[in-house]
Design a protein around this ligand. Structure first.
Ligand code: GLN
Length: 253
């Protein structure tokens, strides 16, 4: 299963956010510690998004090749810095396309989004969910993957809901339709980070100047908090709120 992270704080080289730390996202691409639900390495591509400022939204760079094979990581991405970065390395779920378009983060306007996990019984389980979306929105899905559908659902909710509510609502509907799903969602607008932990690892570290939310801690420094299952996170420098996601998986007490 994929690994992802989001950083907010003083501007850093985009590549440094991916590669710094004894257990960086870069390293997690071939040596993750806590993969659950299958998959051993994250070699089906990677992506990174950042915010150039001056009102420009999130911009991104993605590649369907393994992160360790891409010279941009030590090259051009070392020359770009930002106060916000979202990164993801991918282990494609069986049967899903291995293409650049299928790599997270997905970006639109100010938003960058990533999903770590899978929708159970894809795509049959979510036929009902997809019916809620006008066909034209399905045509706008960046790829024919569960993660792209989740992004389409989340993006639609963002028009009417806060980012945290949008994530929790989508998790609630998808768990109802496909109870065994693993739904670690990660969303940022460059000023805040919102995330969910649903049957996958997630940790967060916050101080007054920085925040980092990551599938696995990127170093062994103090301060990492493990996010409990079925909880959501809202974080920015100096702020951390961990909230239980209402309801539980159908069939559970
Ligand atoms: N199911 C998603 C995909 O195939 C995410 C994969 C993952 O978390 N390993 O892109």
């Amino acid at each position: 299963m994929c690994r992802h992270l989001a950083y907010l704080g003083p501007p850093r080289a985009v590549s440094a956010v991916l590669t710094d730390g004894s257990h960086s996202l870069y390293r997690q691409s071939w040596a993750p510690d806590d993969m659950r639900g299958g998959g051993t390495i994250n070699a089906d591509g990677f992506g990174v998004a950042w915010w150039p400022g001056n009102g420009v939204g999130a911009v991104g760079y993605r590649n369907a090749a393994p992160i360790w094979s891409d010279p941009a990581v030590g090259g051009v991405l070392a020359q770009v810095s930002s106060s916000g970065v979202v990164g993801a390395v991918r282990s494609a779920t069986d049967g899903m396309p291995i293409t650049t378009e299928a790599c997270a983060p997905f970006t639109h306007g100010p938003w960058a989004f990533s999903h770590n996990g899978r929708i159970d019984d894809w795509p049959d389980s979510v036929a009902a969910l997809a019916e809620w979306l006008p066909a034209v929105e399905l045509l706008r899905m960046p790829a024919l993957t569960d993660s792209a559908l989740l992004w389409t659902l989340v993006h639609r909710r963002l028009a009417a809901s806060s980012p945290g509510d949008a994530l929790r609502q989508v998790v609630g509907s998808v768990l109802e339709a496909a109870p065994g799903s693993r739904l670690n969602l990660l969303l940022s607008d460059g000023a805040g980070i919102w995330a969910t932990a649903v049957d996958h690892a997630l940790s967060v570290r916050v101080d007054d100047r920085h925040v980092i939310v990551a599938s696995e801690p990127v170093d062994d420094e103090d301060g990492w908090v493990e996010v409990p299952d079925l909880h959501s996170v809202e974080a920015w420098p100096g702020h951390l709120q961990i909230t239980e996601i209402p309801g539980s998986r159908p069939g559970e007490d």
